[in-house]
Design a protein around this ligand. Structure first.
Ligand code: AMP
Ligand code: GLY
Length: 420
């Protein structure tokens, strides 16, 4: 089977490593990929948003199966385009991807199917939004309806911040089309974590919980990022939590999406908050999380490719996942300046020695490229160090031991991933 993975981050590197190992995979491509991915796949210089280019490539290169990593192409309908041209895809249709592509859609869906989530209202008019905020008080959460590269959510502690967020989206056009409508919702408090499941349109195959570390600095300080690290399972959750989420959130979602004629096929990422009143859905994502994917896949013993194919073919009922009982951790190494403007082009040395020092630890590339024989930083989140061990403390020690062997003075990481 000839397989194409679409995307270029650490998530796609971990997917490519698993898929490349599958006996079913004759040849693996990645578009656009990165320096690390090029060790396991042929990297094609096509952006993940170049839908027409990706279709042409699939036709010319006789691709049998496409795995779509990021949300933008899914929400734009890449899965539909490829499928309608006879190419099999892992990833939801455009209609199913509304679960990430429109927060308003997802909130209405939750109400219609009795899925626990924060109370909310949708707005396109700034004056109405302002008066709703006054009636509700703070803290309050303001969200652009559409995709906003992870920057569309404001958790406002003050009226000023809340009103400024409304102004930016509805008047200042900060998020363009994606912010023409906003959702204003109740601010939930509690432990935040995520839960992942494969859905094949009617069956569910649960994976596991994970948590990510969104702030740039230790102790959850500083600005939000795409995620500075992850661990799996998430820490400090009650034992029955997975069954509860399955019953109250995931199963009603599978049924509901089927009922509205948008059956969901792919990986479903539920962003959850464990509140005083039980677990509530904060948001859905229609893809693997990055860096949660890296922490999840290192715990999974299965050949991944047949699982992805079964998801697409509606055959998940026949699949059983096998997990090692370890805890895992993924630490992100980012370039100076991230999450603002990261410094690109610095040389990263010592990767071969670091990798050889512990073969059980993965060094994944998230944004790197070759410059002659050197590997250089090519974005914000640059490398991911992924370790697993019977205890999270051991996994963390193993990951940081490898990090300390990497010579990259222009890079930094959080030192408290997997601590709490
Ligand atoms: P998102 O960009 O949609 O991933 O949301 C970013 C973050 O905002 C989430 O991970 C939560 O930490 C926070 N958040 C979103 N909605 C709420 C809510 N209703 N209450 C509290 N925090 C929230
Ligand atoms: N780690 C958060 C995300 O993938 O959206």
């Amino acid at each position: 089977m000839r397989v194409l993975v679409v995307g270029q981050g650490g998530r796609e590197h971990s997917l490519c490593i698993k898929i490349a190992k599958s006996p079913l995979c004759e040849k693996l491509f990645c578009a656009p990929g990165n320096a690390g991915i090029s060790e396991v796949a042929d990297c094609i210089s096509l952006s993940s948003e170049n839908t027409a280019g990706l279709l042409d490539f699939c036709k010319q290169s006789a691709i049998d199966f496409v795995v779509i990593g990021p949300e933008n192409p899914l929400v734009a309908g890449l899965a539909d385009l490829l499928e309608s041209n006879g190419i099999s895809v892992f990833g939801p249709s455009k209609m199913a991807a509304r679960l990430e592509g429109s927060k308003g859609f997802t909130k209405e869906f939750c109400v219609a199917h009795n899925i626990p989530t924060a109370a909310f209202k949708r707005f396109t008019d700034a004056a109405e939004a302002r008066s709703y905020i006054r009636s509700q008080g703070t803290p309050i959460v303001i969200k652009a309806d559409g995709l906003a590269a992870g920057k569309g959510v404001t958790v406002a502690q003050s009226y000023e911040d809340a009103l400024a967020a409304v102004e930016a989206a509805l008047i200042g056009n900060k998020f363009g089309e994606a912010g023409r409508e906003i959702v204003i919702e109740e601010c939930l408090t509690g432990k935040e974590f995520s839960y992942f499941a494969f859905l094949d349109g009617s069956s569910v195959l649960p994976l596991a919980t994970a948590q990510d570390y969104k702030r740039v600095g230790d102790g959850d300080k500083g600005p939000n990022t795409g995620g500075m690290g992850a661990c799996s399972p998430a820490m400090g959750l009650p034992e029955n939590i997975e069954q509860e989420i399955m019953k109250t959130v995931i199963l009603p979602t599978v049924e509901g999406m089927k009922k509205i004629g948008s059956p969901y096929k792919g990986i479903l990422y539920a962003g959850m908050m464990l509140t005083e009143n039980g677990p509530k859905l904060i948001e859905y994502n229609v893809r693997f999380g990055d860096p949660e994917c890296q922490a999840l896949l290192i715990r999974m013993n299965n050949d991944l490719l047949p699982v992805l194919i079964a998801t697409r073919e509606g055959k998940l009922a026949d699949v059983e996942l096998s997990w090692n009982q370890d805890s895992s951790i993924c630490v992100v190494l980012a370039a100076e300046g991230y999450p603002g403007t990261p410094k690109k082009g610095s040389i990263i040395a010592g990767l071969t020695e670091a990798a050889a020092s512990d073969p059980d630890v993965q060094i994944l590339h998230a944004a790197t490229k070759f410059h002659g024989n050197n590997i250089i930083a090519d974005g914000g989140r640059v490398l991911n160090i992924v370790a697993h061990a019977p205890t999270i403390d051991q996994a963390r020690a193993n990951a940081y031991a490898v990090i300390d062997k990497i010579q990259w003075p222009e890079g930094f990481c959080r030192r408290d991933i997997g601590v709490s």
